[in-house]
Design a protein around this ligand. Sequence first.
Ligand SMILES: *Cc1c(COP(=O)(O)O)cnc(C)c1O
Length: 281
Amino acid sequence: MPPLHTDDWLRQAIGLIEADYQRSADTHLIPLPLPGFAQHGIDLYLKDESTHPTGSLKHRLARSLFLYALCNGWVRQGFTIVEASSGSTAVSEAYFARLLGLPFIAVMAQNTSPEKIAQITFYGGRCHLVESAQAVYGAAQNLALETGGHYMDQFTYAERATDWRGNNNIAQSMFSQMARERHPIPRWVVVGAGTGGTSATIGRYIRYQRHATQMCVADPTGSVFGQYHRTGNAALTAAGSRIEGIGRPRVEPSFIRTLVDRMCETRWPPCAACLPCWAAK
Ligand SMILES: *Cc1c(COP(=O)(O)O)cnc(C)c1O
């Protein structure tokens, strides 16, 4: 294989992703007017990550993972791209694999929604279904070995594939979109965690910018992250949640616990911070 810097295919592949990015618009930050909250000085905004070309929330992640793998020399012409996914990341990765002319295989649990499977197939990807959410990692690794391809491994690399200091990452995008609001520096950012990548980017960016903002990660029932956040035990496992895209069965390397100021878990009995909410129901 030619060295990285003279590999024409590689140069072209990176160029294709950069051109795709150049043509793309940012996602909206939508204010949600809540008069009862606003009179107490609280404004709520929703970052709508669904307005990317694939309609998947994982478009930014997929772009970063491809660029990271290409620039590391992990992906060359003709390589099969394999990913373990609960669906959304695979949709966006199928999009980028097709852009580069690479075969793509999504390894997912068999209860993945037919819509997700249809979207992946639409972008030319193949779906390899396994029994459970816990089985996706090993199956993806094996398929990559068998095909001589590359296991993208979002659950390891999401946290490091994104430029957390800037380069229009999701945090920089949100903070610049807030610039002309009455409270331009949010008190809290609330985010769900799938890989942990988004919370890692936002958490680091906040610290780097020395903002007073804190970050809360919402964690659904069945996810292991809440328990991990409380205990620090990385060997913990859980069933995995029923919410598509978030709530993992194992502690992912990409989830950086020290960046999370607060976990909001849907669990019973509720944690002390959530008790007032439960009592009000
Ligand atoms: C992916 C995803 C997130 C963010 O998760 P990370 O993988 O940690 O970046 C949040 N909410 C939903 C519904 C998602 O699918």
